[in-house]
Design a protein around this ligand. Structure first.
Ligand SMILES: [Zn+2]
Length: 385
């Protein structure tokens, strides 16, 4: 690589880092940006003028409350509707497509069916169809779209897949799909599993993730998870860091589809909870808990005990400052996770010196779907080393 290329790469990385920090912090002064990135104020001045030239950032008086006796500081923020991405999320039941702005959130949403797809060619055709629909219905934004993100449910295993194609099939042809869509639309296409996108969505749109170490669990049809540290998502050797569904909670428990025994998802998956409590939906389970139905309470008590064991292991192993819970299960009574928090803090090592909060995501289930659009920023947030 020539020196010129090296310089260009360094410049690009700093620019991306400025945008990333503004995405999560919303507004920062030039001085704060220089301090946070460890670069000179002159470097920040150059980056800001270039980003202003592209129309990505603006500089104005802070909207945040400031000490009444001081001047209101000038801060840099991202211009609304200047960084748009399209997200395509493929679940077991449907394809959801969103147009998402990093400032204003979801601007447009539509759905496509996922049935009658039995080959990856058909899947690619349906994805193309929905992307064209978004572009046709929002003609004014076409030049502002910087990328398309595609995520699908399913990671280490394909449990629960009831359609004819599976996550593992998509994974096998990911590169072909990426190349063909990039050629067709002429912009970046990012394809990946849903949990990393969901974690980026939590960082950008949620209120709970700061710079500290956080373990994130998304408890929906599948239980997924991952680690975030100082706005960086830990990828692991194969992208499976922090996956929680197949942690062994009973060494001689029933066989799991993954080939192991007594996995966490066999006790704490939504389908298992509904089946054992004889409920048809999370809402029904929530109602039965409120009504103090004995069966529902027993099932939830077991969920609390097993989840406490899993969280205790995570905390003892990884030492996060807090645990963040998102996904469908957050619809249940908040007292469930308050009890898990209490039990967890009675069990962890060094419990006298620390207290681990178990917090609920402010964007709950939305993270999973918005995560598709956020996956475009994967290279800024996910540490693959
Ligand atoms: Zn398993």
């Amino acid at each position: 690589m020539s020196a010129k290329n090296n310089l260009r790469t360094i410049g690009k990385t700093n620019m991306e880092n400025v945008l990333k920090l503004l995405m999560v912090e919303k507004e920062l002064s030039r001085g704060d940006l220089a301090k946070r990135l460890g670069v000179s104020k002159m470097t920040i001045t150059n980056i800001i003028s270039e980003l202003k030239g592209h129309g990505y950032v603006q500089e104005e008086k802070s909207n945040r409350s400031t000490p009444s006796n001081g001047p209101i500081p000038m801060v840099i923020s991202i211009v609304p509707n200047s960084l748009l991405t399209i997200g395509v999320h493929i679940s077991f039941t449907e394809i959801t497509v969103q147009l998402v702005d990093v400032v204003d959130g979801i601007l447009y949403q539509t759905h496509a069916r996922v049935d009658n797809i039995d080959s990856n060619q058909q899947l690619a055709k349906r994805i193309r169809g929905v992307i064209y629909k978004v572009l046709e219905e929002n003609p004014e934004i076409q030049t502002k779209i910087i990328g398309i993100g595609i995520t699908y449910s399913g990671g280490a295993e394909t449990t629960g897949a009831n359609n004819n194609f599976s996550a593992s099939q998509i994974k096998k042809t990911e590169i072909d799909l990426k190349n063909s869509l990039e050629k067709e639309f002429g912009i970046t296409i990012a394809i990946g599993n849903e949990i990393q996108g969901a974690m980026i969505a939590e960082l950008v749109f949620g209120k709970e993730v700061g710079q500290e170490k956080v373990y994130y669990m998304n408890a929906s049809k599948q239980i997924r998870g991952g680690f975030i540290n100082n706005y960086i998502i830990i990828h692991g050797a194969c992208g499976l860091s922090g996956e929680i569904a197949h942690l062994t909670v009973k060494y001689d428990g029933p066989l799991c589809l993954c080939g192991s025994r007594g996995c966490y998802n066999l006790y704490a998956g939504i389908e298992v909870l509904l089946k054992h409590s004889k409920c048809h939906s999370i809402d029904e389970l929530h109602l039965k808990i409120q009504e103090r139905d004995p069966l529902a309470l027993r099932i939830i008590e077991e969920y609390i005990q097993i989840t406490t064991v899993v969280f205790t292991n995570i905390v003892n192993l990884y030492d996060p400052a807090s645990i963040l819970v998102g996904g469908d299960l957050t619809k249940l009574d908040k007292s469930i996770f308050r009890k898990i928090e209490r039990l967890l803090n009675e069990r962890i090592i060094y419990r006298k010196e620390r207290y681990i909060k178990v917090r609920m995501s402010s964007i709950e289930k939305a993270a999973t779907i918005m995560g598709a659009a956020m996956l475009v920023y994967e290279n800024w947030f996910v540490c693959k080393q």
